[in-house]
Design a protein around this ligand. Structure first.
Ligand SMILES: Nc1ncnc2c1ncn2[C@@H]1O[C@H](COP(=O)(O)OP(=O)(O)OP(=O)(O)O)[C@@H](O)[C@H]1O
Ligand SMILES: [Mg+2]
Length: 237
């Protein structure tokens, strides 16, 4: 039985009259890949925004490694050990791949030399050292995904939130992203990912949570979720 690293309890967020999250809860165990799925507008990105501190919930609690992190600022949550990728590309298009990953670091934590070395390690790990000096606007969609992941790795997090890192690629490219996510997990990193492409999500997940209209619909192993009729129907509505 693994330890619970992240626990989200009864989080609600309303945008005007729209309840984007309605008592949503989930947990993530240390050293595992957990996934959050659900139809468009289910509240997945909103939940990531609450966990990473860019959005305040109206109610509910977020605990990370036994500590209440509800309402902390994004840089405080990053320092606590959580980083994320963004659904919409969040890279600096006119900067190089190297500088984009460097920009993911918290400047006050280490010296410039240490940060430089860390970027080189990440580029090497992701297999993109050859494009270190390329301007991000000129690289391929798969390379852009690696840069997004590299930026999230830059702060040496304990937990990474991946918002649709899997998605929008050719099947062979998606396989490469899945391989990297599994290697990160096998090296001890904990992952919570959002994705719409069910096959790669099923392949990589240790457990899946399903949201619909801001509410929990189901959770369980990939097989349990695949066979759940409520999950099937929320995608058909
Ligand atoms: N800043 C905002 N202001 C108003 N409404 C918002 C805002 N952010 C999200 N919403 C709405 O909240 C709901 C949940 O959005 P969210 O982006 O979290 O869904 P999602 O599950 O990530 O969807 P997708 O799979 O399309 O990315 C949607 O109806 C969305 O339009
Ligand atoms: Mg989203």
């Amino acid at each position: 039985m693994s330890d619970v690293m992240l626990r989200v309890t009864n989080v609600s967020v309303a945008f005007g009259g729209l309840r984007a999250l309605d008592n949503a809860s989930l947990f993530v165990e240390e050293g595992k890949i957990f996934s959050l799925i659900g139809p468009n507008g289910a509240g997945k990105t909103t939940l990531f925004n609450v966990i990473s501190g860019s959005l305040s919930a109206d109610s509910g609690q977020v605990e990370f490694m036994g500590r209440d992190i509800t309402g902390l600022k994004p840089h405080e949550i990053c320092r606590a050990g959580i980083s994320r990728t963004f659904q919409l590309k969040n890279t600096f298009p006119n900067l190089s791949v190297f500088d984009n990953i460097m920009a993911g670091m918290l400047k006050d934590q280490t010296s410039r030399e240490v940060r430089h070395k860390r970027v080189l390690e990440i580029l090497d790990f992701l297999g993109i050292s050859n494009i270190a000096d390329s301007i991000v606007s000129s690289i391929t969609p798969l390379e852009s995904k690696f840069v997004e992941l590299g930026r999230a790795m830059a702060t040496s997090p304990k937990l990474i939130l991946l918002d649709e890192l899997i998605g929008g690629l050719l099947p062979s490219e998606t396989e490469k992203i899945c391989d990297i996510i599994e290697i990160l997990r096998d090296r001890g990193l904990t992952i919570l990912q959002v994705g719409h492409e069910i096959k790669p999500i099923m392949r990589t997940s240790d457990r899946i949570f399903v949201l619909d209209q801001g509410r929990n619909v189901a959770d369980g192993s990939p097989e349990e979720v695949r066979c759940n009729k409520d999950v099937f129907s929320c995608y058909l509505e």
